[in-house]
Design a protein around this ligand. Sequence first.
Ligand code: FES
Ligand SMILES: [Fe+2]
Length: 429
Amino acid sequence: MTTRAPFLSQTYAGYEHRDVPPEDTSLTHIGPGTPCGEYMRRFWHPVTFSDDLKDLPVSLKILGEELVAFRDKSGNVGLLELHCPHRGTSLEFGILCDHGIRCCYHGWQMDVDGRILDTPGEPGDSTLKDRLYHGAYPVQEYNGIVFAYLGPPDLMPPFPIFDSYERPGFRMIPGRKYFYPCNWLQILENAMDPSHTAFLHTIVAGSQFTDEFGVLPELDYAETPVGMVYTAARRVGDNVWVRMVETVLPNLQQVAPIWETGQYPHGFGGPMMSRWIVPIDDTNTMFIEFRHIAEAEDAMPKTPPWWGDRNVMLPAQLPEDHETYQDRQRRPGDYDAQVTQRPIAVHGLEHLGATDRGIIMFRRRLRKGIEATAQGHDPEGISREERPITTYCNDSVVPVPQASDPAEETRLLQEMARKLVSEYLARGL
Ligand code: FES
Ligand SMILES: [Fe+2]
């Protein structure tokens, strides 16, 4: 439960805030054995890119666990506990073998599934290697990303394929991987917070996306079978542009193109990106993404060429975008806004308002999933069916003449967003 700081109701009242409440551990802590950590472990998570696994092992941390990822000389990918089962040396210094990895210290060899294949130095009749296993996790490579399942083996769901992966006319490439030194939840919540695009990314920092993003939209939020979307409806000339950005439980964001202008009518145009917010530990987080690229010449909207270059980063995401600290202060981006919410944002110090309905909705869904997990059920968002999972991120641009008075126009925008959401939700059933 969230402990709240006092609501300050007079001037010069800083002194009343001398007791800072702790973070809500039940939603933010993801280490082994924590309620949210167990919930997160019911899902597949991306851990690294396929092409990170070359001739050397890679040490990494996911959900608070120290791990080593590697591709052995037979091409099999392993994700093992980092520390050798013999006496704990890090396997990041291991030697890649035809099968598995050999520890640099005394040569124990572990296969990708955790079997111990060799314990040189032990007597020939030792049965230790036949009895003992090293901690290993199942992995799945998909389109250049290595995914892993860190949960209870008997509850492992099938590897999820989302319909956004298989859109006709689009190709998907692995994008970028980058890191924020703060808790995963405040980063994830950013995608359920559309008002920041109009403020942070446009009014404060100068237009970081298209100019049309600077118009404050009519906002709404809707639950989907796999998570939620926000809808942002704006007037662009004779069109209504409805943008839907999606969170798929627990930590996948699908973001609609930031190059959309709303000027040309089109139907459901899916995401530009499927991006996971993967907790490294409680105060460090990795972003890792697929990028979706429209292939057709007449695609609407066209994907700008820079998006096809993995090395090019989305604007306004990293402090390195700025040459100096002062420049960062003048044109802050997502990194500055989110990391400075504290290493773990303290919910008891927040004052949520009307624009935070999406945050509240998401936290409720998350809490529900954590509770379901604790009770031994599949949390929402797990699919055990074989068909692709329907998702809802898109831009839609519909020609609709402007209403004659502002109140009517607001109602029109709201109605159009609701109508589209219900149409798209009906498709997914
Ligand atoms: S510590 Fe790894 S083989 Fe001895
Ligand atoms: Fe942003």
